[in-house]
Design a protein around this ligand. Structure first.
Ligand SMILES: Cc1ncc(COP(=O)(O)O)c(C=O)c1O
Length: 468
């Protein structure tokens, strides 16, 4: 590459062009495995760019496992036969370790399962679900042999668009909706479409841990925004937007996971203003909206947006059927185009059978009844858990919705030891650091009250409290 080949010399993306250039040359065999690459200074002179730009390109190569550094000697080509985990640099490796740690926790066969933010399967609409399965096969005899369109079943998108506009102030047509295989896939597709290595992302602290892993995997730089019982400090949000110019702000403003907090309506409008002013997309993850214990929550942030600064992600896994994995993204046509490309590469469309079964259940009166009962059952479970915590002196805010309590144990003991002791008692919970992009929040834990029944919650909590 000659300097003149660089598309825009003063662009902030120059280092990515150098990264690509070096990748091409390594793949072409200009340098062999374990061979030394040109020094930063030599490459900067050759390409007539600043040394810092080359440094950033080399850092990215290193982070992606393409080169390694020998102390004070420079950058070398990474041999292909090294195991993947040895090739990846710290940030990605650490997220891999953290993620496996979380799945390990979820995999613990505990009797007192407080780590899973999932609905107890006995509270799901199991009994009559088979009726909907039969109905779907009667109505669409070819369903098993048919792929869905990439964007998702038209009938389902229409039904959801209509529901969103009648109940949630979201003015969208079926064309503005994409059906994804769970909200996690939606976040992953959004990250793939919008985030390039080194892009800045604002992210709540704490937040949904898989989102941290997804954004980190894309190479994004995360700037945390603290979430409080009454929302965010908007001055902090504004300063971060002004200073870092983030691509997006990922937020879960309604019965937030893990805290249960809800961002008040007034802030929702202001967030849209800030997004517009600083050209930062808001990715609103609304996976817990329907699980409220008193009043309905404020309308989604999306409903205050008129210019396309909010992308809306709505999962139905939490209260209808995690097994169907149906979620929707609402966005404007220009972003939709890119999402469709990413979705077609990911799986070419969510299974049609799942979409049709979901559609017919979603449209039924039974779903509304199921939800009413579910809210009551979950509220009782939450009350039981809170009763058992009353004498502990720990701090938490009683959530008005969601599936979890977010508790400050004010504990000096190491979280690993506490987890080990709990597991001996057949109790599982999630340490707070897993939800923290900075991997701190050491004295916090998340306890889910949704997976086991009242009797088990009471027994498990008595055992848990006795560990201290
Ligand atoms: C905030 C949040 N978003 C997304 C998801 C993933 O949802 P899904 O099961 O639809 O992929 C979860 C699941 O725990 C969640 O808590």
């Amino acid at each position: 590459m000659k300097p003149s080949d660089l598309i825009t010399k003063n662009s902030s993306r120059l280092f990515e062009q150098i990264y690509d250039h070096m990748m091409n040359r390594i793949e072409r065999g200009d340098w062999k495995e374990n061979e030394k690459l040109p020094s930063i200074r030599a490459l900067a002179e050759e390409l007539n760019v600043h040394r810092l730009t080359v440094f950033k390109a080399y850092q990215l190569l290193k982070q992606n496992g393409k080169v390694y550094v020998r102390d004070k000697s420079g950058y070398y080509v990474m041999p292909e036969n090294k195991p993947l985990f040895q090739r990846l640099d710290y940030p990605i490796l650490s997220s891999y370790v953290q993620k496996s740690h979380l799945s390990e926790i979820h995999g613990i066969p505990a009797t007192y399962q407080f780590s899973q933010a999932l609905i107890d399967p006995t509270l799901l609409p199991n009994y009559y679900f088979s009726e909907y399965v039969k109905k779907v096969f009667d109505l669409y005899p070819k369903v098993l042999g048919t792929y869905s369109s990439v964007q998702g079943d038209e009938e389902l998108r229409e039904s959801l668009a209509c529901y969103f506009s009648v109940h949630e102030g979201i003015q969208a047509t079926s064309d503005d909706l994409l059906i994804t295989t769970g909200a996690q896939q939606a976040i992953d597709l959004i990250a793939k479409v919008l985030i390039k290595p080194q892009d800045v992302i604002l992210i709540e602290r704490p937040t949904y841990s898989a989102a941290i892993d997804i954004f980190r995997q894309q190479g994004g730089r995360m700037i945390p925004v603290e979430i409080h019982p009454d929302g965010y400090c908007l001055e902090q949000v504004e300063l971060s937007m002004k200073h870092y110019r983030p691509r997006l702000f990922y937020l879960n403003p309604t019965f937030h996971n893990p805290t249960g907090y809800t961002v008040p309506q007034e802030q929702r409008k202001q967030l849209v203003d800030l997004a517009e002013r600083y050209q930062c997309l808001l990715v609103e993850d609304d996976s817990y909206r329907d699980i409220y214990f008193g009043e309905e929550p404020p309308l989604p942030i999306y409903s205050f947006d008129t210019d396309g600064w909010v992308m809306y992600v709505r999962s139905f896994s939490k209260y209808i059927a995690p097994g169907l994995r149906i979620s929707a993204v609402v966005t404007n046509p220009s972003l939709m185009k890119h999402l469709l490309t990413a979705k077609s590469l990911a799986d070419n469309g969510t299974p049609l059978l799942n979409q049709k079964i979901f559609l017919h259940y979603f449209k039924s009166e039974r779903l509304r009844k199921h939800l009413e009962k579910l809210r009551i059952a979950l509220n009782i479970r939450k009350d039981v858990m809170e009763e058992e915590l009353r004498e502990t002196g720990w701090e938490w805010l009683s959530p008005k919705g969601g599936l979890n309590l977010w508790i400050n144990l004010k504990n000096k003991e190491s979280m690993e030891e506490l987890l080990a002791k709990s597991i001996e008692q057949s109790i599982s919970f999630v340490p707070g650091s897993i939800f923290d992009p900075n991997r701190e929040l050491e004295s916090w834990i998340r306890l889910s009250f949704s997976y086991i029944n009242e009797k088990q919650i009471r027994e498990g909590m008595k055992r848990f409290v006795n560990l201290f």
